[in-house]
Design a protein around this ligand. Structure first.
Ligand code: FAD
Length: 356
């Protein structure tokens, strides 16, 4: 690993990857398999490979502890009117490995129809499956084979809400009492209609000269939760909350749950307005932002930033390969899809290299 800028700049690189995150490192690993190819990676965060932090990243059971730490960019949204004026933390990994070093390790895939909706051809979806399968074959672990099969075109199942009953208190709005055991019934919206924006902070022409934008200027993140077309998200989540209550009052959960502590049972009337208020006041993010460099498909730069080969419209030699190219959400946690994008992206880069 080269740390000194001028040594790094002197390297005759074939590819320069900005961001040694989830996708960036997968692409770098794949391209550098060819010993003739020189790949450089620029990462803003530390390597965290020496375990000086006591294994906060490498010990799976410690997931969550890195949030708000030096490994986190510590972004936050602007105040959200749709959430009662709250601003939500949007953690992102600032460390080699990127957000995969911070995440909670849930692993699954979207439905075939999710990927078809990106206006890619059935062949390209089949390619994603092939890449997932070859990852599994390389590791040789039967479990990975099982995971890869999720990408198979004939597997079924799609839903608007993911329900997850998990041990521990997931709410930042409820303080656990020491010595007591808690579980949280989570409901996660899979296909949100809310549409927002992320921008670098504005500068007027004077301050742009005296203090240019740096990597430490936090982006202005405005997801516009539950506003405009996103109003339907709030309605769906309020309906889902009603079902959540029913699930918790049905065996086997009734046998496990002694009582609800948050929201307190006597505070919640079972009417739509109350459920809607609960959703506005307590919804947090599921940490799967996408789409800031969305693939524009046939409509080109009008609707997107990159084309179907992940090339930035109008810029030669520049690609984006990460979660930001996803034009639509998939009904799944997105890390597996990010890896599939990276594998597919690396394969396309290699194909194009052969044609030069
Ligand atoms: C708290 C949390 C929990 C999650 N849990 C799950 C889960 O359980 N399952 C799941 O599937 N997904 C989960 N996700 C989502 C998933 O981890 C991310 O979507 C995915 O890792 C994003 O990968 P990426 O390659 O697009 O970006 P990243 O992995 O974030 O990579 C971007 C990299 O670029 C670097 N970088 C940024 N700016 C610069 C710069 N100017 N110069 C140099 N480097 C720069 C960053 O430091 C970072 O290393 C979670 C996310 C979070 C935040």
């Amino acid at each position: 690993m080269t740390h000194r800028l001028h040594d790094f700049a002197a390297l005759g690189l074939d590819y320069l990857i900005i961001g040694g995150g989830t996708a960036g490192l997968a692409v770098a690993a794949r391209l550098s398999e060819d010993p003739q190819v020189q790949v450089g990676v620029v990462e803003a965060g530390p390597s965290a490979l020496n375990h000086e932090d006591g294994g906060v990243i490498t010990i799976p059971g410690r997931y969550g502890e890195t949030l708000g730490s030096a490994y986190d960019w510590q972004f936050a949204t602007v105040a959200q009117p749709g959430l009662g004026g709250r601003s939500l933390p949007w953690p992102r990994g600032r460390v080699l490995g990127g957000t995969s070093a911070l995440n909670f390790m849930a692993w699954n895939r979207g439905h075939r129809a999710d990927y078809d909706a990106w206006i890619v051809s059935p062949k390209e979806y089949a390619d994603l499956y092939t890449h997932a399968k070859s990852i599994a074959q390389k590791t040789g672990r039967p479990h990975d084979e099982l995971l890869a099969r999720q990408f198979s075109p004939d597997s079924k199942g799609r839903g608007q809400i993911e329900y997850l009953f998990d041990l521990g208190n997931w709410s930042p709005y409820f303080t656990s009492e020491p010595g007591k055991k808690y579980a949280t019934m989570l409901q996660m919206l899979q296909y949100p209609f809310s549409r927002g924006s992320i921008h670098i902070p504005p500068r007027n022409s004077e301050s742009a000269e005296t203090s240019p934008i740096t990597v430490d200027d936090k982006p202005v993140i405005d997801p516009q939760y539950f506003l405009g077309p996103g109003e339907i998200d709030r309605k769906i989540l309020a309906m889902a909350q009603r079902l959540t209550d029913r699930i918790c009052q049905t065996p086997p959960l009734t046998g496990l749950v002694q009582g609800r502590v948050f929201p307190p049972s006597d505070n919640i009337r079972s009417d739509d307005e109350t459920y809607g208020d609960f959703v506005s006041n307590y919804t947090i993010t599921d940490w799967h932002p996408i789409g800031t460099c969305a693939m524009g498909g046939r409509d080109g730069a009008q609707t997107g930033v990159v084309d179907e080969r992940l090339r930035v419209y109008g810029v030669r030699g520049l690609r984006v390969v990460d979660a930001s190219i996803m034009p639509l959400q998939v009904g799944a946690h997105i890390q597996a899809t990010v890896y599939a994008i990276a594998e597919k992206g690396a394969a396309m880069i290699q194909e194009d290299m052969l044609q030069v």
